[in-house]
Design a protein around this ligand. Structure first.
Ligand code: GLC
Ligand code: MG
Ligand code: CA
Length: 605
């Protein structure tokens, strides 16, 4: 009898002779000839790619001023090609007073002078594209620098700009007595203190969810919505392949019209251990995850798709940055009335839900949670670090670098790498005196600033063991270079047989196999310590990751893993493993040291 099977969205036609139940999937195998190869759906350019996040200030300095720049990035295009990544995303490169290092944009249509010129940008895009590397920019819609034309005009009530920002009258408890002026509500900024800042010029408060110098746009103002599309179009025309969309949960705040004409106070959260000035001391019911924001995201997607259509261009992707609960996160993909949103919201679960203390069951659970909640037909993604969080080996353990990179590369969907993860870079030490991150400066002091500081994850990239790690010819860099650069650097890792970088290269290369791009996935905890991920596609080799995330050696029986069969060989392994590439591993008991990871190949089951 002829039958049709669906394998990860792929229909397989086979003649059934024997039906074998493997895990939850039923396979049909032909006793004599075996199953035929599945027809593989052609993927769009981004669906299985690796996106590499660049923090431009810290990637490569071409002119010796101690600050990374665009020419520096262009000079290292080869690094992206050799690393096997398909796209780069640069944190903001636009003119900025640098209060929040580029996330306070003063001109959305130009390049920041320390980073270079528009011509440098055009050259970067051209060289990247010639080398098959896509270029994504950071789009910061929630706010603009108070030095932007938008803000200056709005503060001066220039026609057309009056309502560009969220302006509010003071509360005057004593009638019209201006000397006892109060803020409109108790809302707190992400970087500490009230969201309201008084403008002497306009005699009103403006709202800022981040730094005082980052004024929130008013997304209920049609002119703002139009301007956002204009910015997007401008960069599409320059050839960018998409955007990472910054800080989306903060796009809207409660509308006083819905609250009797006032800005409603947030109730206290009950987190009494926090300082009353700190975000989290109150709830964020009125300043976060407001449902209106999703319409704006869907509007951007419509705009991007229609631009692509009109211009016969390749897909422009939109990636949503949102630290939100799982339901609010998934709405960025699209809503029930079938409007489409971002190509994906970043999956921050490895940052927010897992850490050094997590066991294998925690890992399996968190991975499955994303796959369970993700609306069907969408593409998953995995983030292990970024410029806002401590680096991956510092949050987990340094012996887990290869296993975590392997998870990133073997899980289905898009893999995201923050610069330095490919060589296992750790947090750099930045003293209080050297601290420049506004989040730490606003909320911290000499003894507790590391709790808030994002500087340790932003120290310069380690190219080699020369001055300033080869990042700059200048011994003085905008943030100090981490001390471990003499041992942890790209050049050193290229020169030895086994290194995080060599493992990373093998892992990204593996992604072009049909098993990884189209196969099913199966994740399970064999016990508290050992996590297993199997990628499988009928007629192709099976790849699996066996990873001891625990702190003690553990022995597991590989024969218990469905879909594995002999001969099993090591495709790549964590650098301290005694099993090396090409070794044969028995389909039986294996002992794994803490952090040890094996990527195994076995013939199609
Ligand atoms: C995002 C950025 C972060 C920035 C904030 C405000 O969370 O990743 O670096 O400070 O938005 O723009
Ligand atoms: Mg420079
Ligand atoms: Ca806002």
């Amino acid at each position: 009898m002829a039958s049709l099977w669906k394998v990860g969205g792929i229909t397989v036609g086979v003649l059934v002779v024997v039906g074998v139940v493997v895990g939850s999937i039923t396979w049909a195998v032909l006793a004599s000839r075996g199953p035929s190869a599945p027809e593989l759906r052609e993927l769009d350019w981004w669906e299985n790619t690796v996106i590499y996040q660049i923090y431009p200030r810290s990637f490569k300095d071409s002119d010796g001023d101690g600050v990374g720049d665009l020419k520096g990035i262009t000079s290292e295009i080869e690094h992206f090609v050799e690393s096997g990544v398909g796209a780069i995303w640069m944190s903001p490169i636009f003119p900025s007073p640098m209060v929040d290092f580029g996330y306070d944009i003063s001109d959305f249509y130009d390049i920041h002078h320390e980073y270079g010129t528009m011509a440098d940008f055009e050259e970067l895009v051209e060289r990247a594209h010639q080398n098959g590397i896509r270029v994504l920019l950071d789009y910061v819609p929630n706010h603009a620098s108070t030095e932007s034309e938008y803000f200056i005009k709005s503060e001066a009530r220039e026609p057309g700009y009056e309502n560009y920002f969220v302006w509010a009258d003071p509360v005057l408890p004593d009638g019209n007595n201006q000397s006892i002026r109060q803020v409109p509500s108790n809302w707190l900024s992400q970087f500490g203190g009230t969201v309201w800042e008084w403008s002497e010029i306009r005699q009103q408060y403006y709202l800022h969810q981040f730094a005082i110098e980052q004024a929130d746009f008013n997304f209920r103002e049609p002119a703002v919505r139009q301007e956002m599309l204009k910015i997007m179009r401008f960069w599409f025309e320059k050839g960018v392949d998409g955007f990472r969309l910054d800080a989306l949960p903060h796009l809207f705040e409660a509308n006083p019209d819905d609250h009797g004409g006032v800005y409603p106070d947030e109730p206290l959260s009950g987190n009494m251990w926090l300082n009353p000035d700190q975000i989290g001391y109150t709830t964020q019911l009125y300043i976060r995850d407001l449902i209106e924001l999703y319409d704006v995201v869907y509007e951007w997607r419509d705009f991007a798709d229609s631009w692509v259509k009109q211009n016969g261009a390749d897909t422009k992707i939109l990636l949503a940055e949102a630290y939100a609960n799982i339901s609010m996160t998934m709405l960025y993909y699209g809503d029930e009335r079938s409007r489409v949103g971002a190509h994906f919201p970043f999956n921050f679960d490895f940052i927010t839900s897992l850490s050094a203390g997590s066991n294998a069951r925690d890992f399996a659970y968190v991975i499955r949670r994303w796959m369970t909640y993700m609306p069907s037909g969408n593409v998953a993604n995995w983030v292990f670090g970024n410029h806002d969080n401590n680096r991956m080996p510092s949050r987990f353990r340094t012996d887990m670098v290869d296993g975590l990179n392997a998870l990133n590369m073997l899980l289905p969907g898009v893999a995201i790498t923050y610069q330095g993860e490919e060589i296992g870079m750790r947090d750099g030490y930045v003293s209080w005196e050297d601290t420049v991150d506004v989040q730490a400066l606003n909320q911290g002091n000499a003894s507790n600033y590391l709790q808030y500081s994002r500087d340790p994850a932003r120290t310069p990239y380690h190219w080699d063991s020369s001055t300033s790690a080869g990042f700059s010819t200048n011994p003085k860099t905008w943030l100090p270079v981490a001390e471990d650069y003499t041992t942890i650097n790209l050049r050193a890792q290229k020169l030895v047989d086994r290194s995080h970088y060599k493992v990373y290269q093998l892992l990204t290369r593996l992604r072009s196999t049909a098993t990884l791009s189209h196969g099913s996935y199966h994740v399970e905890a064999l016990n508290q310590n050992v996590l297993v991920l199997v990628r499988h596609l009928v007629t192709y080799d099976t790849y699996s990751l066996v990873f001891n995330v625990g702190t003690e050696a553990d022995t597991v029986d590989l024969a218990k893993i469905s879909l594995l069969q002999e001969p099993l060989s090591v495709y790549t392994s964590s650098i301290h493993s005694r099993r090396v590439n090409g070794d044969t591993v028995p389909l039986g008991e294996v002992t794994l040291q803490p952090g040890e990871a094996l990527v195994l190949r076995s013939p199609s089951a």
